[in-house]
Design a protein. Sequence first.
Length: 366
Amino acid sequence: MSLSDQALPYVRAISPYLPGKPITELARELGIPVENIVKLASNENPLGMSPKAKKAVEAALTGVERYPDQFDLIAKLAARCAVTPNQVVLGNGSNDVLDMIARVFLAQGRSAVFAQHAFAVYPLATLSTGAELICVPAKDYGHDLDAMLAAIRPDTRVVWIANPNNPTGNFLPYPQVRAFLEKVPADVVVVLDEAYNEYLPAEMRVDTAAWVAEFPNLVICRTFSKIYGLAGLRVGYALASAAVADLMNRVRQPFNVNNLALAGALAALDDDAFLQASFELNQQGMAQIVAALNQLGLAFIPSYGNFVTFNAGDAAAVNQKLLQQGVIVRPIAGYGLPAWLRVTIGTEVENTRFIEALTAAISDPS
Protein backbone atom coordinates (compact mmCIF):
# COMPACT_ATOMS: atom_id res chain seq x y z
CA MET A 1 0.00 0.00 0.00
CA SER A 2 1.40 3.41 -1.01
CA LEU A 3 1.77 6.41 1.24
CA SER A 4 -1.00 8.11 -0.73
CA ASP A 5 -3.29 5.22 0.12
CA GLN A 6 -2.49 5.78 3.79
CA ALA A 7 -3.76 9.37 3.61
CA LEU A 8 -7.26 10.15 4.83
CA PRO A 9 -9.79 9.55 2.03
CA TYR A 10 -11.36 12.99 2.39
CA VAL A 11 -7.94 14.61 2.04
CA ARG A 12 -7.22 12.68 -1.16
CA ALA A 13 -10.56 13.87 -2.55
CA ILE A 14 -9.71 17.59 -2.17
CA SER A 15 -8.76 19.64 -5.22
CA PRO A 16 -5.97 22.08 -4.29
CA TYR A 17 -6.59 25.82 -4.36
CA LEU A 18 -5.50 27.38 -7.65
CA PRO A 19 -4.33 31.01 -7.24
CA GLY A 20 -4.26 33.65 -9.93
CA LYS A 21 -1.38 33.19 -12.34
CA PRO A 22 1.74 35.01 -11.10
CA ILE A 23 3.38 37.56 -13.40
CA THR A 24 6.66 35.64 -13.34
CA GLU A 25 4.92 32.44 -14.41
CA LEU A 26 3.43 34.07 -17.51
CA ALA A 27 6.82 35.60 -18.28
CA ARG A 28 8.41 32.14 -18.17
CA GLU A 29 5.68 30.54 -20.27
CA LEU A 30 5.39 33.08 -23.08
CA GLY A 31 8.66 34.98 -22.86
CA ILE A 32 6.92 38.29 -22.20
CA PRO A 33 9.05 40.76 -20.21
CA VAL A 34 7.76 41.14 -16.65
CA GLU A 35 7.44 44.91 -17.07
CA ASN A 36 5.06 44.37 -20.01
CA ILE A 37 2.62 42.21 -18.05
CA VAL A 38 -0.48 43.53 -16.30
CA LYS A 39 -1.91 41.33 -13.57
CA LEU A 40 -5.57 41.91 -12.74
CA ALA A 41 -6.32 38.46 -11.36
CA SER A 42 -6.00 38.39 -7.58
CA ASN A 43 -7.84 41.47 -6.30
CA GLU A 44 -4.66 43.15 -5.10
CA ASN A 45 -4.45 46.89 -4.48
CA PRO A 46 -2.95 48.52 -7.63
CA LEU A 47 -1.44 51.27 -5.45
CA GLY A 48 0.59 48.69 -3.55
CA MET A 49 1.07 49.17 0.19
CA SER A 50 0.67 52.42 2.06
CA PRO A 51 3.78 54.59 2.49
CA LYS A 52 3.37 54.39 6.27
CA ALA A 53 3.19 50.59 6.13
CA LYS A 54 6.23 50.38 3.88
CA LYS A 55 8.28 52.53 6.25
CA ALA A 56 7.19 50.41 9.21
CA VAL A 57 8.08 47.16 7.44
CA GLU A 58 11.52 48.48 6.55
CA ALA A 59 12.10 49.49 10.17
CA ALA A 60 10.96 46.07 11.39
CA LEU A 61 13.71 44.34 9.41
CA THR A 62 16.10 45.09 12.26
CA GLY A 63 14.11 42.84 14.59
CA VAL A 64 13.44 39.75 12.50
CA GLU A 65 15.77 37.64 14.63
CA ARG A 66 13.14 37.85 17.39
CA TYR A 67 9.88 35.92 17.54
CA PRO A 68 6.85 38.15 16.87
CA ASP A 69 4.65 39.71 19.53
CA GLN A 70 1.03 40.20 18.44
CA PHE A 71 0.06 42.41 21.39
CA ASP A 72 0.14 45.85 19.71
CA LEU A 73 -1.84 44.89 16.61
CA ILE A 74 -4.45 43.01 18.64
CA ALA A 75 -4.81 45.98 20.99
CA LYS A 76 -5.25 48.44 18.11
CA LEU A 77 -7.80 46.25 16.31
CA ALA A 78 -9.72 45.73 19.55
CA ALA A 79 -9.85 49.48 20.16
CA ARG A 80 -10.94 50.26 16.59
CA CYS A 81 -13.63 47.57 16.61
CA ALA A 82 -14.80 48.29 20.19
CA VAL A 83 -14.17 44.75 21.41
CA THR A 84 -11.82 43.39 24.03
CA PRO A 85 -8.37 42.08 23.01
CA ASN A 86 -9.38 38.51 23.89
CA GLN A 87 -11.99 38.71 21.12
CA VAL A 88 -9.40 39.25 18.35
CA VAL A 89 -7.60 36.36 16.66
CA LEU A 90 -4.83 37.04 14.14
CA GLY A 91 -4.21 34.85 11.12
CA ASN A 92 -1.62 34.36 8.41
CA GLY A 93 -4.09 35.98 6.05
CA SER A 94 -7.83 35.55 6.63
CA ASN A 95 -7.55 32.10 5.01
CA ASP A 96 -5.70 31.01 8.14
CA VAL A 97 -8.56 32.28 10.28
CA LEU A 98 -11.12 30.40 8.18
CA ASP A 99 -9.08 27.23 8.60
CA MET A 100 -8.98 27.70 12.39
CA ILE A 101 -12.77 27.95 12.51
CA ALA A 102 -13.09 24.73 10.53
CA ARG A 103 -10.60 22.93 12.76
CA VAL A 104 -12.46 23.99 15.90
CA PHE A 105 -16.02 23.20 14.84
CA LEU A 106 -15.95 20.70 11.96
CA ALA A 107 -15.16 17.00 11.76
CA GLN A 108 -16.52 13.79 10.27
CA GLY A 109 -20.18 13.49 11.12
CA ARG A 110 -20.70 17.27 10.98
CA SER A 111 -21.66 19.58 8.12
CA ALA A 112 -21.17 23.15 6.91
CA VAL A 113 -23.38 25.26 4.65
CA PHE A 114 -22.11 27.59 1.95
CA ALA A 115 -23.41 29.19 -1.24
CA GLN A 116 -22.74 28.16 -4.81
CA HIS A 117 -20.17 30.53 -6.39
CA ALA A 118 -18.73 31.44 -2.97
CA PHE A 119 -15.04 31.65 -2.01
CA ALA A 120 -13.13 28.44 -2.72
CA VAL A 121 -11.52 28.29 0.72
CA TYR A 122 -14.88 27.53 2.39
CA PRO A 123 -15.20 24.08 0.79
CA LEU A 124 -11.45 23.47 1.17
CA ALA A 125 -11.51 24.25 4.89
CA THR A 126 -14.65 22.18 5.37
CA LEU A 127 -13.53 19.12 3.43
CA SER A 128 -10.09 19.12 5.05
CA THR A 129 -11.78 18.24 8.36
CA GLY A 130 -13.82 15.38 6.92
CA ALA A 131 -17.07 17.31 7.38
CA GLU A 132 -19.85 17.23 4.81
CA LEU A 133 -20.28 20.25 2.57
CA ILE A 134 -23.81 21.47 1.86
CA CYS A 135 -23.79 23.70 -1.23
CA VAL A 136 -26.88 25.87 -1.60
CA PRO A 137 -27.76 27.03 -5.14
CA ALA A 138 -27.01 30.70 -5.75
CA LYS A 139 -29.65 33.38 -6.11
CA ASP A 140 -28.68 35.93 -8.75
CA TYR A 141 -25.09 34.64 -8.46
CA GLY A 142 -25.04 35.34 -4.72
CA HIS A 143 -26.22 34.00 -1.37
CA ASP A 144 -29.82 32.84 -0.95
CA LEU A 145 -30.10 33.31 2.81
CA ASP A 146 -33.56 31.76 3.08
CA ALA A 147 -32.36 28.63 1.29
CA MET A 148 -29.18 28.55 3.37
CA LEU A 149 -31.24 28.73 6.55
CA ALA A 150 -33.43 25.88 5.33
CA ALA A 151 -30.31 23.83 4.50
CA ILE A 152 -29.08 23.84 8.11
CA ARG A 153 -29.32 20.35 9.60
CA PRO A 154 -28.96 19.08 13.18
CA ASP A 155 -25.34 18.17 12.40
CA THR A 156 -24.53 21.60 10.85
CA ARG A 157 -21.94 23.53 12.84
CA VAL A 158 -20.79 26.29 10.44
CA VAL A 159 -22.39 28.56 7.85
CA TRP A 160 -20.00 30.46 5.57
CA ILE A 161 -21.08 33.88 4.20
CA ALA A 162 -18.96 36.34 2.22
CA ASN A 163 -20.23 39.91 2.03
CA PRO A 164 -19.41 41.22 -0.53
CA ASN A 165 -19.05 37.84 -2.20
CA ASN A 166 -15.99 36.68 -4.10
CA PRO A 167 -15.85 35.99 -7.06
CA THR A 168 -19.23 37.46 -8.03
CA GLY A 169 -19.17 40.75 -6.11
CA ASN A 170 -22.75 40.47 -4.82
CA PHE A 171 -23.69 42.33 -1.64
CA LEU A 172 -26.24 41.33 0.97
CA PRO A 173 -27.85 44.35 2.66
CA TYR A 174 -27.00 44.15 6.33
CA PRO A 175 -30.63 44.08 7.54
CA GLN A 176 -30.97 40.79 5.65
CA VAL A 177 -27.81 39.42 7.26
CA ARG A 178 -29.03 40.42 10.72
CA ALA A 179 -32.43 38.83 10.13
CA PHE A 180 -30.63 35.65 9.11
CA LEU A 181 -28.53 35.67 12.29
CA GLU A 182 -31.67 36.02 14.40
CA LYS A 183 -33.02 32.77 12.92
CA VAL A 184 -29.88 30.61 12.92
CA PRO A 185 -29.66 28.13 15.82
CA ALA A 186 -27.38 29.40 18.58
CA ASP A 187 -25.14 26.32 18.31
CA VAL A 188 -24.30 27.00 14.65
CA VAL A 189 -21.36 29.31 13.96
CA VAL A 190 -21.99 31.94 11.28
CA VAL A 191 -18.81 33.14 9.61
CA LEU A 192 -19.19 36.58 8.04
CA ASP A 193 -16.25 37.12 5.72
CA GLU A 194 -15.79 40.86 5.12
CA ALA A 195 -12.58 40.81 3.07
CA TYR A 196 -13.95 43.50 0.73
CA ASN A 197 -15.90 45.52 3.30
CA GLU A 198 -13.73 48.64 2.91
CA TYR A 199 -14.75 48.94 -0.74
CA LEU A 200 -18.37 49.56 0.25
CA PRO A 201 -19.55 53.18 0.21
CA ALA A 202 -19.68 54.53 3.75
CA GLU A 203 -23.48 54.70 3.76
CA MET A 204 -23.71 50.93 3.10
CA ARG A 205 -21.38 49.84 5.90
CA VAL A 206 -22.60 48.62 9.27
CA ASP A 207 -20.66 48.13 12.49
CA THR A 208 -21.00 44.36 12.44
CA ALA A 209 -18.37 44.05 15.19
CA ALA A 210 -21.04 45.33 17.57
CA TRP A 211 -23.20 42.34 16.66
CA VAL A 212 -20.79 39.87 18.27
CA ALA A 213 -22.01 40.79 21.76
CA GLU A 214 -25.57 39.99 20.69
CA PHE A 215 -24.73 36.90 18.61
CA PRO A 216 -21.99 34.82 20.34
CA ASN A 217 -22.10 32.39 17.39
CA LEU A 218 -20.97 35.11 14.94
CA VAL A 219 -17.36 35.24 13.74
CA ILE A 220 -16.32 38.16 11.54
CA CYS A 221 -13.27 37.71 9.32
CA ARG A 222 -11.31 40.57 7.76
CA THR A 223 -8.01 40.95 5.96
CA PHE A 224 -5.16 43.34 5.20
CA SER A 225 -4.66 41.73 1.77
CA LYS A 226 -7.14 43.81 -0.22
CA ILE A 227 -7.56 47.56 0.26
CA TYR A 228 -4.61 47.73 2.69
CA GLY A 229 -2.30 46.28 0.00
CA LEU A 230 -0.48 43.75 2.22
CA ALA A 231 -1.37 40.54 0.36
CA GLY A 232 2.23 39.32 0.28
CA LEU A 233 2.72 39.78 4.02
CA ARG A 234 -0.26 37.57 4.94
CA VAL A 235 -2.22 39.04 7.82
CA GLY A 236 -5.92 38.81 8.62
CA TYR A 237 -8.03 38.64 11.73
CA ALA A 238 -11.25 37.40 13.30
CA LEU A 239 -13.60 39.14 15.72
CA ALA A 240 -15.51 36.68 17.88
CA SER A 241 -16.87 36.10 21.35
CA ALA A 242 -14.15 35.55 23.92
CA ALA A 243 -15.13 31.89 24.19
CA VAL A 244 -14.88 31.25 20.45
CA ALA A 245 -11.67 33.27 20.15
CA ASP A 246 -10.15 31.17 22.94
CA LEU A 247 -10.98 27.98 21.04
CA MET A 248 -9.50 29.36 17.84
CA ASN A 249 -6.29 30.30 19.63
CA ARG A 250 -5.96 26.71 20.83
CA VAL A 251 -5.51 25.53 17.24
CA ARG A 252 -3.68 28.62 15.97
CA GLN A 253 -0.07 27.96 15.04
CA PRO A 254 2.44 29.76 17.29
CA PHE A 255 3.85 32.97 15.79
CA ASN A 256 1.54 32.62 12.78
CA VAL A 257 1.92 36.30 11.81
CA ASN A 258 5.49 37.46 11.26
CA ASN A 259 7.16 40.65 12.48
CA LEU A 260 7.02 42.42 9.12
CA ALA A 261 3.32 41.69 8.69
CA LEU A 262 2.52 42.88 12.21
CA ALA A 263 4.44 46.14 11.68
CA GLY A 264 2.90 46.76 8.26
CA ALA A 265 -0.65 46.11 9.43
CA LEU A 266 -0.23 48.28 12.52
CA ALA A 267 0.97 51.23 10.43
CA ALA A 268 -1.61 50.64 7.68
CA LEU A 269 -4.42 51.15 10.18
CA ASP A 270 -3.21 54.73 10.66
CA ASP A 271 -2.98 55.62 6.97
CA ASP A 272 -6.48 56.96 6.35
CA ALA A 273 -5.32 58.99 3.34
CA PHE A 274 -4.07 55.87 1.58
CA LEU A 275 -7.29 54.03 2.35
CA GLN A 276 -9.37 56.86 0.90
CA ALA A 277 -7.17 57.11 -2.21
CA SER A 278 -7.52 53.35 -2.74
CA PHE A 279 -11.30 53.55 -2.38
CA GLU A 280 -11.59 56.45 -4.81
CA LEU A 281 -9.32 54.79 -7.38
CA ASN A 282 -11.47 51.67 -7.19
CA GLN A 283 -14.66 53.66 -7.74
CA GLN A 284 -13.16 55.37 -10.78
CA GLY A 285 -11.72 52.15 -12.17
CA MET A 286 -14.96 50.27 -11.69
CA ALA A 287 -16.79 52.92 -13.70
CA GLN A 288 -14.13 52.73 -16.44
CA ILE A 289 -14.33 48.95 -16.79
CA VAL A 290 -18.12 48.73 -16.48
CA ALA A 291 -18.49 51.36 -19.22
CA ALA A 292 -16.22 49.31 -21.48
CA LEU A 293 -18.12 46.07 -20.79
CA ASN A 294 -21.37 47.83 -21.65
CA GLN A 295 -19.86 49.18 -24.85
CA LEU A 296 -18.65 45.69 -25.79
CA GLY A 297 -22.08 44.22 -25.04
CA LEU A 298 -20.74 41.83 -22.39
CA ALA A 299 -22.95 40.92 -19.45
CA PHE A 300 -21.47 41.44 -16.00
CA ILE A 301 -22.47 41.05 -12.36
CA PRO A 302 -22.73 44.40 -10.50
CA SER A 303 -19.90 44.32 -7.98
CA TYR A 304 -19.28 45.85 -4.57
CA GLY A 305 -15.67 44.68 -4.37
CA ASN A 306 -12.50 45.66 -6.22
CA PHE A 307 -13.26 43.42 -9.18
CA VAL A 308 -16.00 42.68 -11.69
CA THR A 309 -17.06 39.35 -13.16
CA PHE A 310 -18.22 39.30 -16.78
CA ASN A 311 -19.54 36.78 -19.27
CA ALA A 312 -16.83 36.21 -21.88
CA GLY A 313 -18.65 33.47 -23.78
CA ASP A 314 -15.80 31.12 -24.57
CA ALA A 315 -13.94 32.23 -21.46
CA ALA A 316 -11.08 29.77 -21.85
CA ALA A 317 -10.29 31.04 -25.35
CA VAL A 318 -10.67 34.70 -24.39
CA ASN A 319 -8.44 34.19 -21.36
CA GLN A 320 -5.75 32.61 -23.51
CA LYS A 321 -5.85 35.55 -25.92
CA LEU A 322 -5.53 37.96 -23.01
CA LEU A 323 -2.52 36.05 -21.70
CA GLN A 324 -0.88 36.21 -25.11
CA GLN A 325 -1.20 40.00 -24.87
CA GLY A 326 0.34 40.03 -21.40
CA VAL A 327 -2.88 40.59 -19.45
CA ILE A 328 -3.75 38.25 -16.59
CA VAL A 329 -7.34 37.96 -15.33
CA ARG A 330 -9.00 35.17 -13.34
CA PRO A 331 -10.82 32.23 -14.96
CA ILE A 332 -13.55 31.06 -12.58
CA ALA A 333 -14.75 27.79 -14.11
CA GLY A 334 -13.82 26.18 -10.78
CA TYR A 335 -16.54 28.29 -9.16
CA GLY A 336 -19.19 26.86 -11.47
CA LEU A 337 -18.96 29.81 -13.86
CA PRO A 338 -17.17 28.41 -16.95
CA ALA A 339 -18.26 31.22 -19.29
CA TRP A 340 -17.15 34.00 -16.96
CA LEU A 341 -13.91 35.81 -16.14
CA ARG A 342 -13.11 38.03 -13.17
CA VAL A 343 -11.00 41.15 -13.57
CA THR A 344 -9.49 43.14 -10.72
CA ILE A 345 -9.84 46.91 -10.84
CA GLY A 346 -6.40 48.40 -11.55
CA THR A 347 -5.00 51.82 -12.25
CA GLU A 348 -6.41 53.79 -15.17
CA VAL A 349 -3.45 52.68 -17.31
CA GLU A 350 -3.86 49.03 -16.33
CA ASN A 351 -7.61 49.15 -16.93
CA THR A 352 -7.06 50.67 -20.36
CA ARG A 353 -4.59 47.94 -21.21
CA PHE A 354 -7.14 45.30 -20.18
CA ILE A 355 -9.94 46.94 -22.18
CA GLU A 356 -7.80 47.12 -25.32
CA ALA A 357 -6.70 43.50 -24.92
CA LEU A 358 -10.27 42.32 -24.28
CA THR A 359 -11.56 44.22 -27.29
CA ALA A 360 -8.92 42.54 -29.46
CA ALA A 361 -9.61 39.12 -27.92
CA ILE A 362 -13.35 39.10 -28.56
CA SER A 363 -12.87 40.57 -32.05
CA ASP A 364 -10.44 37.82 -33.03
CA PRO A 365 -12.40 35.08 -34.87
CA SER A 366 -9.66 32.45 -34.46
